[in-house]
Structure formats: C-alpha cells, structure tokens
Design a protein around this ligand. Structure first.
Ligand SMILES: [Zn+2]
Length: 136
C-alpha cells in the first residue's frame, strides 16, 4: 500500500501531495451536525444559520439571562462574545437573548457576568450597577 490520504471520493492522495497541500494551504475547521449542516461559522457571518438556531433551541429553554422567562424560540440569537469586537458565530458561543437583554448586554456589558452551564451552555447574571435602595 502506498502511504497517502484516503479521500471521501475513494481516491488516495499521495503523501507528496499531502505535504505540498500542507505547505500551501490554509486549514479551516468546520463543525457540522449529523445532517452535515455547518454549526460553526466563525467570522464569515454575523447572523445564526437555521441549523444553529435549531441547535440553540434544543440547548436553551429561555433567554440566557438568569431569571428571564422569555422562551428561547421567541428570543434573538446573541453572541456570547460581542460580534462587533471579534466574537465568533460558533454554536458554542451563541445563545438566546430576549430583545431587551440582547440590547442591554451590548450597551452595558459591565452589568453582566458570564458563567459556563454544563458543557455546552452559558448563562449570564445581571448586576444592577448603580441602583440604590429607596429610603423611606
Ligand atoms: Zn431576557
């Protein structure tokens, strides 16, 4: 057997070609679901794809801000790391945020703390910075 790389087409790519490609190519990581739909889009697109939305609805029941009851299916898809500052449109960094929390977290990121929930989800705690108790 000639050493090489077995392609999906059934052809064997000779080792010399593998080395040439490794030197001259840029590798791109693509994460797909079982149906072959791409789940990690990186910086290619800002908006979540339909396949990403379906995966998010399977992972989250509600808005990803603690205590917010809005169902995920009625939420906007939010980037855990803000898109405008380099955030990726990758499934592991996307989640549902209601319109209010999506905008508020964008405008006041200092009011929120992010934490990991399990292996593949995030949650945010809202801190009411600057609020004062009313004195009677
Ligand atoms: Zn919310």
């Amino acid at each position: 057997m000639v050493p090489g790389l077995l392609l999906a087409t059934g052809q064997v790519l000779p080792l010399s070609s593998v080395h040439r490609l490794a030197r001259t190519s840029t590798l791109v990581r693509i994460v797909m679901n079982a149906d072959g739909q791409v789940l990690d889009m990186g910086r290619k697109v800002r908006l979540a794809t339909p396949a990403q939305r379906r995966a998010i609805y399977a992972r989250y029941a509600t808005c990803w801000i603690d205590g917010c009851p809005l169902p995920a299916t009625m939420c906007q898809i939010d980037h855990a790391d803000n898109w405008s500052t380099g955030g990726l449109t990758d499934l592991k960094l996307l989640g549902p945020a209601c319109q209010f929390h999506n905008r508020d977290r964008y405008q006041h990121p200092e009011r929120y703390t992010r934490r990991k929930e399990g292996t593949d989800r995030w949650a945010f705690t809202y801190h009411r910075i600057g609020s004062r108790r009313l004195r009677v």
